[in-house]
Design a protein around this ligand. Structure first.
Ligand SMILES: [Zn+2]
Ligand SMILES: [Zn+2]
Length: 288
């Protein structure tokens, strides 16, 4: 390969590097057998280019296609790609990648932004505006947004929860999943499993796959309440559906069965949401 495509940088300060061909390969231990390479796509919210990669935990992540000057990117937003896998850290070089969600003009800006990121976001927003003006990008139709609750975050009635490598369909909204233990007065404990004193899960978009089948969803993604980062003890507490107090009471009897249901994307497709609850309903305001 020629080492110099041009002498300069792009408008956003990224190096104008020649295209490096990649060898497509499947990692021998990959459960999905997906080819480890960037999947170029466009953000369905803003129309800007993104590259889909797989994270070390096999979840998908969309990165801005160009590398940025690492000093312009907050440490928490620095990613690098190695052997086709996107890692949430820089790799010690002056360049790094950044998740598209940190730049997406259709979403609320994460704080704090560096001047360079602000400029890049503004550039992407102008591109989105051009796509909307030319009809290339179709904004979400109004009937997908409930006008009366447009400022409220969604609250899935039966969220999909990622817990101990399994996707479960919860019977209730995350904050009302109730402890199943029996109290000393022989009532069912009224406390929720979710506690402000313990780490919460995070809403994240994952590939809506079932085994090797990809579901026919608009972007193939679904929102899950991800508990993966919790300690093993906390994961067991969620799986056993106990409040903090009853998790700390060995031998406490349960009065109800846990109501986790193994999630089946075909059976439970009506509970699949392809947007994050926290960001779902701000777009009509953003475009107004
Ligand atoms: Zn976007
Ligand atoms: Zn309890």
């Amino acid at each position: 390969m020629s080492s110099t495509a041009s002498s300069g940088r792009r408008w956003d300060g990224t190096p104008n590097r020649p295209h490096r061909p990649r060898t497509l390969r499947v990692a021998p231990d990959s459960p999905t057998r997906l080819v480890r390479s960037a999947q170029p796509s466009r953000c369905r919210d803003c129309g800007n280019r993104i590259d889909w990669y797989t994270r070390p935990d096999n979840h998908p992540i969309s990165l801005h296609p160009q590398e940025l000057d690492a000093t312009a990117v907050p440490v928490a937003s620095r990613w690098h790609v190695s052997s086709g896998i996107a890692h949430p850290a820089d790799d010690g070089t002056p360049w790094c990648r950044i998740p598209h969600l940190s730049l997406c003009p259709a979403r609320t800006a994460p704080t704090p932004l560096t001047p360079q990121i602000t400029a890049l976001r503004r550039h992407l927003a102008l591109h989105t505006r051009r796509l909307l003006d030319t009809g290339t990008l179709t904004p979400p139709t109004p009937d997908t947004v409930a006008p009366a609750t447009a400022q409220e975050p969604c609250r899935p009635a039966r969220p999909i929860v990622l817990l101990l490598h399994t996707r479960y369909l919860a019977a209730h909204p995350v904050d009302t999943i109730q402890c199943v233990a029996q109290t000393r007065r022989r009532y069912r404990c009224a406390h929720p499993v979710l506690s402000p004193s313990a780490p919460a899960g995070t809403w994240t978009l994952v590939a809506a796959t079932t085994g090797r089948r990809q579901l026919a969803l608009p972007d193939g993604l679904m929102a899950v309440y991800d508990l993966t980062h919790l300690t093993y003890a906390e994961l067991l507490r969620w799986r056993h559906q106990h409040c903090l107090a009853h998790a700390a009471t060995p031998g406490a009897a349960d009065l109800a069965f846990c109501d986790w249901e193994p999630f089946d994307p075909l059976l439970h497709h009506q509970h699949i949401h392809n947007r994050l609850p926290t960001t779902a309903r701000h777009r009509t305001q953003a475009r107004a």
